[in-house]
Design a protein around this ligand. Structure first.
Ligand code: MTE
Length: 394
């Protein structure tokens, strides 16, 4: 399918109709995006403005391997804080020999590293959980994911400077935003195991203290002036507006570690207490083109989308397969971007459709042979939806 035919395939009305019907499995690679989708000077489809939660239309998402900032999803639990860069200090405290309070200039004196990594919200594809049984929360489609070039100091270098004590096991992060929940107001927080925090491999550090995104300072929505980026982990561990790092012998007691980002069946207090926080994203893939509900002519069509590896060090995507006959036969997709353990891979596939084709399906297989599951178990908070992605077509 060439760009002109893709662009003509999507009318503004179809786009909006599909979006509001919850079926935005669109395409439009390289096509012009209808201006009606513009929101807040970006090209995002807004779920809520305060706090800001927005995702790109899928066609935008697979236009390039690096996601431009204006097409990068925004997931905030509270309002975006205004931060004075001159008086800003990042503190490092807890089980360290020498606590730190670093200005931005001091942070800039650490060796700077550039890392390309995909950030994915644990709630990406939640709307598909909701089709099994309703789940509360932002009804993300397949666009709560983006791949960016991040730049900043490695967390391991800061921790080395502060001197981690022997009893340390976890590293907590705290942002400058205030989140309201259950009548209480508190800062958003994250936590990662010390082993991850201390990784300083060339391919990607365990965590980066990013001040730049795609060669520009972070925007306010994405965490200005500094955020953590934790390659391979759910987006919630990449804390925006980072102001405090605490080294501890246990995971952070912050609500978003202790209660929220957990896999639970019904969400009882007992289940929440018994389950560990989620860290890694699972193997996943999605079709971004053609759009859900697209009218396809019988013949060979081009399908495009993304596949995400599981964030396990050393494991990347090996194969992506597409089916037009309910999974009876599969066509191998062409991987159009490089394999990397912490980045998505874009792909395209040619497949034959006929008048009986009801849907397109995609699944990914990784370098250790793990296959994306056909179905997933429903969970009360709607996290980590990674079943085969089905796109209904006419
Ligand atoms: N950090 C703070 N301080 N507050 C937040 O609400 N949201 C988290 C994470 N970091 C959040 C945060 C979640 S759930 C995700 S998925 C990512 O930020 C989203 O990052 P983005 O908005 O830059 O895409």
């Amino acid at each position: 399918m060439n760009q002109a035919s893709i662009a003509s395939l999507i009318s503004r009305r179809t786009l909006l109709k599909n979006w509001s019907a919850g079926a935005i499995g669109l395409m439009l690679i390289g096509g012009k995006l209808p201006s009606i989708l513009a929101a807040d000077e970006s090209r995002l489809l807004v779920h809520s403005k305060a706090p800001m939660n927005a995702e790109p239309p899928l066609p935008d998402l697979v236009r390039s391997w690096i996601t431009p900032v204006e097409s990068f999803f925004i997931r905030s639990h509270g309002n975006t804080p205004e931060i004075n860069a001159d008086s800003f200090r990042l503190t490092v405290e807890g089980l360290v020999e020498t606590p730190q309070a670093l200005s931005l200039a001091e942070l800039g004196r650490f060796e700077q590293h550039a890392v390309t990594a995909t950030l994915t919200c644990a709630g990406n594809r939640r709307s598909e959980h909701s089709r099994l049984k309703p789940v509360k929360g932002v009804q993300w489609r397949e666009g709560a994911i983006g791949n960016a070039k991040w730049r900043g100091a490695r967390l391991s270098d800061l921790l080395k400077k502060a001197g981690v004590r022997e009893s340390a096991k976890h590293v907590w992060f705290e942002g400058l935003d205030s989140v309201e929940d259950g009548g209480k107001t508190f800062a958003f927080g994250g936590s990662i195991p010390l082993e991850k925090a201390l990784l300083d491999r060339d391919v990607a550090p365990g965590a980066l203290l990013a001040t730049m995104m795609n060669d520009k300072p972070l925007t306010a929505d994405h965490g200005f002036p500094v955020r953590t980026v934790v390659p391979g982990y759910i987006g919630a561990r990449s804390v925006k507006w980072l102001s405090k790092i605490v080294v501890s012998d246990r995971p952070s007691p912050n609500h978003f570690v202790a209660d929220v980002y957990k896999l639970v069946d019904e969400g009882t207090l007992l289940e929440v207490a018994e389950n560990a926080p989620i860290y890694r994203m699972p193997l996943n893939s999605a079709i971004c083109s053609p759009m859900a509900g697209a009218a396809l002519k019988p013949g060979r069509i081009e399908v495009a989308g993304y596949a995400l590896p599981s964030g396990v060090p050393g494991v990347s995507i090996r194969k992506v397969e597409v089916s037009a006959d309910q999974g009876r036969s599969w066509a191998e997709a062409k991987l159009t971007s490089m394999a990397s353990e912490f980045c998505w891979q874009l792909w395209t596939a040619e497949i034959a459709v006929n008048s009986t084709t009801k849907e397109l399906i995609v699944r990914a297989i990784d370098s250790r042979g793990d296959v994306q599951p056909e179905t997933v178990r429903w969970n009360a908070k709607g996290y980590l939806f990674n079943a085969w992605h089905h796109v209904p077509v006419n």
